[in-house]
Ligand binder design. Structure first.
Ligand code: ATP
Length: 302
């Protein structure tokens, strides 16, 4: 039995002359949460549509749950998906909508209440869909994707448009599904929204995979920096030299010295600068976000 939920090799999609996805390579192990991250238009939806057999790749190969993506009929009954926002009848309740989908899809209807409980909509099961908040609508979409009791759940931007509390609810739900053994492949245009629940990350940019690996490997590279500004801009280079002789590399970015050093070294830097006759107008220790760390690693300035 395979231990890999998703595997793609050189997967590509062109629309006419426009390349939407180019030679994508990555794997998602079973039972994990994988964040699929990239700006709008980077090819996330296109990739997910290829993985679900909704569109045909123009190049490369892939497998889902051990089956070739050329034969979606062999795996789709084990995959749940929510792509480009859920579509439901506004005048029907959440429970009625799910029962309808269960009937259409040939899934057990008696699981509807259990699924609504699982996504935290149990007490609003009989309210009309049109009265749901955006977060509740997304959660109902996830419940619908869970109808086939899938091994793999594929969600396209489930946190899009949600407020921080709504995002938190979705995160908790996905983590709890993963803890029950469901593999989750979830896209977002914001790394910060899914980094903390993702065991691994696939980062896409202009159709190309620019990072595929464990989130913790990215976290390990997260280095604290001290941002310092001098009242006299000529002193900036001198400040970098002082930092370097103390063992801390740095560079000047947008008129400020960015020195790779922990926050507790800031007072020492201040003293060293003062002793050299440099007056600092700003001294702020910061821990870059995972997104900034990544772009620093790859030398990509977004
Ligand atoms: P978003 O979050 O905005 O949907 P995305 O990362 O999911 O972004 P895609 O929707 O996959 O990106 O789009 C990738 C590229 O392919 C874009 O340049 C888009 O304009 C183009 N594209 C997508 N679908 C089609 C289509 N049916 N015909 C032509 N071009 C398309």
């Amino acid at each position: 039995m395979t231990t890999i939920a998703i595997s793609v090799k050189d997967l590509s999609k062109k629309y006419g002359d426009r390349t939407a996805v180019s030679h994508a390579n990555f794997e998602v192990p079973l039972g994990t949460v994988c964040g699929f991250v990239g700006p709008n238009g980077s090819g996330k939806t296109t990739t997910m549509r290829m993985l679900l057999g909704l569109i045909t790749p123009t190049g490369g190969t892939g497998t889902i749950l051990g089956e070739n993506i050329n034969h979606p009929e062999k795996y789709l009954n084990r995959v749940g998906a929510m792509i480009e926002g859920p579509a439901f009848y506004p005048a029907l309740s959440g429970a009625e909508n799910l029962r309808l989908l269960a009937t259409l899809g040939g899934y057990a209807k008696d699981q509807v209440q259990g699924l609504l409980d699982r996504v935290g909509l149990g007490d609003r099961a009989n309210s009309k869909y049109k009265t749901y908040s955006l977060g509740m609508k997304q959660r109902l979409g996830i419940a619908a994707a869970l109808l086939p009791n899938p091994q793999l759940l594929m969600l396209d931007e489930p946190t899009n448009g949600l407020d921080p509390a709504g995002i938190q609810e979705i995160r908790e739900l996905l983590r709890s599904l993963a803890s029950e053994g469901t593999t989750v492949f979830v896209s977002s245009h914001l790394l910060s929204e899914i980094e903390m629940i993702s065991d691994s990350l696939v980062m896409l940019r202009q159709g190309k995979v620019i990072f595929a690996g464990k989130t913790k490997d990215l976290l390990l590279r997260q280095q604290p920096i001290i941002i310092a500004k001098c009242s006299n801009s000529n002193d900036m280079v001198k400040l970098l030299e002082i930092a370097k002789s103390a063992g801390h590399e740095g560079s000047i970015i947008e008129g400020a010295a960015h020195i790779l050093a922990p926050a507790d070294w800031a007072p020492a830097l201040n003293t060293l600068a003062f002793e050299s006759g440099i007056t600092l107008s700003q001294l702020s220790p910061v821990l870059p976000s995972l997104e900034e760390t990544f772009f620093e690693m790859t030398g990509d300035d977004q």
